[in-house]
Design a protein around this ligand. Structure first.
Ligand SMILES: NC(=O)c1ccc[n+]([C@@H]2O[C@H](COP(=O)([O-])OP(=O)(O)OC[C@H]3O[C@@H](n4cnc5c(N)ncnc54)[C@H](OP(=O)(O)O)[C@@H]3O)[C@@H](O)[C@H]2O)c1
Length: 339
């Protein structure tokens, strides 16, 4: 098991990659009690220095290796594009550092399992940055369902569409850069459905592939032997309100706003309907609960978070592998390890 970090000093974060989500999450790290950004590594030293200045980091590096070697970093947040995650994560683990790694952890389930198993073997904490699972309203929905508030869960619907015009150089469409609707957006839909239904017995997938070879749109119909079902849809090219719905035998729970970061929950049950408000305070991007969960795990010496278990991360990736196989989407260099 990892050695618990002391309670009397802040968690020292190192940010690997100085891109868009890195800045969004770093903004919330420095607003979470007991957490500071101490270092950042990017491919370009000047950009790393600019990023570091924005978030009060004491050190910045023009390479990832220097960040990983920094002895005064407790946990590395990997925020690069998908193809780099596998090698970067294994390097962080080999250096004995804890790890929060952006979704998808890797391009496929095999690589994902390798990374998470390596972390366990090295006694370092590792967690997929599946912030939806740490969101207080999603956790509330889980408790309501477990308490029978909507009877037996019969189905789940989730959609995640960005409506981003096709651009072969955009990471969302660029196969060389791990692009595709399933890995970027479908990962949330699959995680959401698994939370309330578990593993499907069969899946039918249809979709379309962009000229770059990445999946532009995918729709999945899940079936279970007992009649439960899920309909999941994700699209890089088409916009949607991105709502989520959990359907029960006596009621339903719908997200207000996007299901991966709801602004409220509508709970409709036999006794009527109530709207649960968003408890996350304003002035943040909503990643505070994820950062607090990493903090809690590191200070208690957990190897993995019970909110984002390794097994669930790998199982989700298997379902995404299967969907990609149906659509014929394969990443460069994936032969032998891919779907
Ligand atoms: N949790 C969330 O809400 C959320 C939201 C969006 C994205 N994500 C995930 O976060 C990751 C990054 O997404 P992003 O939107 O932040 O991407 P981004 O801004 O396009 O890129 C992030 C970083 O990846 C590195 N990079 C970009 N293109 C590269 C290339 N062609 N080759 C090598 N490295 C490259 C760069 O690192 P340097 O700075 O070192 O140059 C860049 O700053 C993805 O895994 C994505 O799925 C998560």
């Amino acid at each position: 098991m990892p050695v618990p970090l002391p309670l009397d000093r802040p968690i020292r974060w190192g940010i690997l990659g100085a891109g868009r989500i890195a800045a969004t999450v770093a903004y919330d790290i420095v607003r979470t009690d007991g957490n500071i950004v101490v270092a950042v590594g990017a491919r370009d030293g000047e950009r790393a220095a600019d990023f570091g200045n924005r978030f009060g980091a004491q050190r910045s590096y023009g390479s990832y290796d220097e960040l990983i070697a920094d002895d005064e970093v407790d946990v590395v947040y990997i925020a690069t594009t998908n193809p780099g995650h596998h090698e970067q994560a294994l390097s962080v683990i080999a250096a004995g550092k804890h790890l929060l790694i952006e979704k998808p952890v890797c391009l496929n389930a095999t690589d994902t399992a390798e990374v998470l198993d390596a972390a366990l073997a090295a006694d370092v904490f590792a967690m997929e940055a599946m912030w939806m699972r740490t969101n207080p309203l999603i956790r509330r929905a889980e408790h309501l369902v477990a308490d029978g508030a909507i009877g037996e869960v019969r189905g789940v619907r989730a959609e995640f569409g960005l409506g981003k015009a096709f651009d072969p150089t955009d990471r969302l469409y660029d196969l060389d850069n791990g692009g595709g609707a399933l890995l970027d957006l479908g990962v949330y839909c699959v995680t959401f459905a698994r939370l309330f239904l578990g593993e499907p017995d069969s899946v039918d997938t249809v979709g379309s592939v962009a000229s770059t070879g990445s999946d532009a749109t995918a729709a999945m119909q899940w079936r279970f032997g007992d009649g439960r079902e899920a309909q999941l849809w994700c699209s890089a090219e088409t916009a949607a309100p991105n709502r989520g719905l959990i359907q029960g035998s006596t009621g339903w729970i719908a997200t207000v706003g996007e299901f991966h970061r709801p602004r409220g929950l509508i709970v409709h049950h036999a006794g009527g309907e109530e709207v649960l408000p968003d408890p996350i305070p304003g002035g943040s991007h909503g990643y505070g609960p994820e950062i607090a969960e990493v903090d809690r795990c590191l200070r208690t010496g957990l190897a993995e978070s019970p909110l984002v278990p390794h097994a669930d991360t790998v199982a989700t990736m298997r379902l995404l592998d299967d969907a990609r196989r149906v659509l014929g989407v394969r990443y460069p260099g994936e032969a032998g390890t891919g779907p």
